[in-house]
Design a binder for this molecule. Structure first.
Ligand code: KIV
Length: 265
């Protein structure tokens, strides 16, 4: 499977080699202009996350996102021909079996992703080993797994009990052994995230998992204040794009109204 990304694009291997050398500040991205903007400031990894479903498509969670939707948005991001590595999420129920995982991942690579991300560790061994066997670069995702929100009932911090800690650590080792080039740690208790970072040779990229990770990732909308109706506690917006949009729309409406009044009254 070949994709036509620029030759100077960061590769999964290069990102992996950031471990103990460089920090990784990754963001989600779902469209062409945003991909260009984030690339222009040097964001090294753009994740076409299935958070797409919540912050762009208006679903209540990520569980309804389809492969077709992920392909559509991955294509848009890939058209920006970024230097950033593009990783696309395998949506829920598209990697339940080995052949399905390979087919879904190949569809995302064909759409322009360089790698895929999937949720889970040893419980996803079939899919993980299939991707590894097919030579498809993949990133892991441990801790709170949004695709399991219906079973979980709520988003909660993971790793508070000894059993949970041992399971997450074992999953992290498993992903590394299988060839993951990085692992997202979502809502993992901070000292466990730090322990995992120290234990692994591949980078850990945290979200709501404390400072001691090799990198951090955020849903772009949480960083720029573009989804004001829900903001995770760990996210601290550095812009208020929602207010900017409203201000611009109000100013536009006022302008149209004044012209109308001048011409018609
Ligand atoms: O879909 C997504 O945005 C993600 C991030 C939370 C890491 O998986």
């Amino acid at each position: 499977m070949t994709t036509s990304f620029p030759s100077d694009r960061l590769t999964p291997q290069e990102l992996r080699s950031y471990k103990n050398r460089r920090s990784i500040a990754a963001l989600t991205c779902y469209d062409y202009p945003t991909a260009r903007l984030l690339d222009e400031v040097g964001v090294p990894l753009l994740l076409v996350g299935d958070s797409l479903g919540m912050v762009v498509l208006g679903y209540p969670d990520t569980t309804e996102v389809t492969l077709a939707e992920m392909i559509h948005h991955t294509r848009a991001v890939a058209r920006a021909r970024t230097r950033a590595l593009i990783v696309a999420d395998l949506p829920k129920d598209t990697y339940n079996e080995a052949s399905q995982a390979i087919q879904s991942a190949r569809a995302l690579l064909q759409a322009g992703a360089d790698a895929v991300k999937l949720e889970g560790g040893r419980s996803r061994a079939v899919a993980i080993q299939a991707l590894a066997g097919a030579g498809i670069p993949f990133m892991g995702h441990l801790g709170m797994l949004p695709q399991s929100i219906k079973e979980e009932g709520r988003y909660r911090i993971k790793g508070r009990t000894d059993a949970e800690r041992r399971a997450i650590l074992a999953d992290a080792h498993f992903l590394e052994e299988q060839g993951a080039f990085a692992i997202v740690l979502e809502l993992v208790v901070a000292d466990l995230a730090a322990e995992i970072r120290r234990a692994l040779k591949i980078p850990t990229i945290g979200i709501g998992s404390g400072e001691d990770c090799d990198g951090q990732i955020l849903v772009l909308h949480d960083l720029i204040g573009l989804y004001p109706w829900f903001r995770p506690r760990f996210a601290h917006p550095l812009a208020d794009v929602a207010a900017e949009i409203k201000n611009a729309a109000r100013a536009f409406m006022q302008g149209v109204q004044s012209v109308y009044e001048r011409l018609h009254q």
